[in-house]
Design a binder for this molecule. Structure first.
Ligand code: PLP
Length: 386
């Protein structure tokens, strides 16, 4: 008899961003020079003092399982940060250390979504939200987030199967920071409808102006889950270090998932994370300046292209311009003819169609070269599908 795959996995599409990175890697292996403006991996080299802390821990014998919930000192440090962000007392027990923000999100959804349940998520939004919901047997329900969440749309799309809403600020792919009034309205909505509210703040440390945190909203203590990460903040994507923050029932459920799946995040990785937090005040202003210095001239150059609308985001390293014509054809033809990779906006949901995500995560000279190639592509009629 033939063997078969579980339906929820068989029907899952691969991650568009991971596929794109794999395609670029294969093209480079054939000797082609590709200018990549498509990766969400900031080209920051992890600070050598953070690397040294990880190496030292390994050399000192930190090669065993650690406490499944994470190192107490790291949880305490993260709790102290959360107190500042929320204006409330958050203790270390509320925090679980996870391998990246992605696992924190996935485990949180596993803890609250039964087969057939629905989860509201931003459109355009990060490619893994819908996939993680599907992996739990749930149904992702996309709601437009481009110019701001619309309460009427949210209400219209909520059913008695809706369990949660995912809120991401700053948003990937747009870089939009959700203003305080909108967060308050989302908090009211979650309370009114009895929903979990999952706040993905993995880009919050790269906000250029004041950043409103959802955890500062009153009355969410029983339903708010925060997804945090060291990846984008400290240039530590490959270390796989993040955190889940949430109230007791869901935290206990996530703790069991961690115990039975990954057991723990490696101790030396967590030691590196502790060092990163010690260096935060020195490193973050530098990293913010690093990306802002790229965003401003690149946005200005792209905004000058005929038919393009390119707002300047107030956080992160993504631009999300509206272009003319089909975004998938644009990304494909740009890669074919100019060897420049960008992500088509529709990879992030139907509302992203007609846009491209441009990630300023490669060296500055390459960004300038890629922008010149895009301008040339637009001028020279290379585009087949407008
Ligand atoms: N959330 C968003 C919006 C992201 O863009 C990413 C990564 O690209 C993540 C979460 C997960 O990041 P990590 O698992 O590296 O912490």
């Amino acid at each position: 008899m033939a063997v078969s795959l579980a339906q929820r996995v068989a029907s899952l599409a691969p991650s568009a961003t991971v596929q794109n990175s794999d395609q670029i890697r294969s093209l480079r292996e054939t000797g082609r020079r590709i200018l990549s403006l498509s990766s969400g991996d900031p080209n920051l080299v992890t600070d050598e003092r953070i690397v040294a802390a990880g190496c030292r821990a390994l050399q000192d014998g930190d090669t065993h399982y650690t406490a499944s919930a994470g190192l107490p000192r790291l949880r305490e440090r993260l709790a102290a940060r959360e107190c500042v962000r929320s204006g409330r007392q958050i203790n270390a027990d509320s925090i679980l250390i996870t391998p990246g923000g992605k696992f924190a999100l996935y485990a949180a959804l596993q803890s609250m979504v039964d087969p057939g349940d629905e989860v509201l998520l931003p459109d355009p939004g990060w490619v893994s939200y819908a996939a993680c919901v599907r992996l739990c047997g749930g149904r992702p329900v996309a709601v437009s987030s481009l110019g701001g969440f619309d309460l009427d749309e949210l209400r219209a799309r909520t059913t008695d199967r809706t369990r949660a809403i995912i809120v991401n600020s700053p948003l990937n792919p747009t870089g939009r920071v959700i203003p305080k009034e909108e967060l308050s309205a989302l908090a009211d909505f979650a309370r009114e409808r009895g929903l979990w509210i999952v706040f993905d703040q993995v880009y919050c440390d790269l906000a250029y102006d004041e950043f409103p945190f959802l955890q500062a909203e009153p009355g969410l203590e029983d339903r708010l889950i925060v997804v945090d990460s060291f990846s984008k903040t400290f240039g530590m994507t490959g270390w796989r270090l993040g955190a889940f923050i949430g109230p007791e029932p869901v935290r206990k459920a996530v703790a069991k998932i961690i115990q039975h799946s990954i057991y723990c995040v490696p101790g030396f990785v967590q030691q590196a994370g502790l060092r990163a937090l010690e260096l935060e005040a020195e490193l973050l202003p530098r990293y913010r300046e690093h990306f802002h210095k790229r965003l401003v001239p690149t946005q200005a150059a792209l905004a000058r292209l005929a038919g393009w609308e390119c707002p300047l985001p107030s956080a992160g390293f993504y631009l999300f311009p509206r272009i003319t014509g089909d975004d998938k054809a644009f990304a494909r033809d740009l890669l074919d003819t100019k060897a420049v990779a960008v992500m088509p906006g529709s990879a992030f949901g139907a509302a992203g169609a007609g846009h491209v995500r441009i990630a300023l995560t490669c060296p500055e000279e390459e960004i300038a070269e890629a922008v010149a190639a895009i301008a040339d592509f637009e001028r020279s009629g290379n585009r087949r599908n407008v």
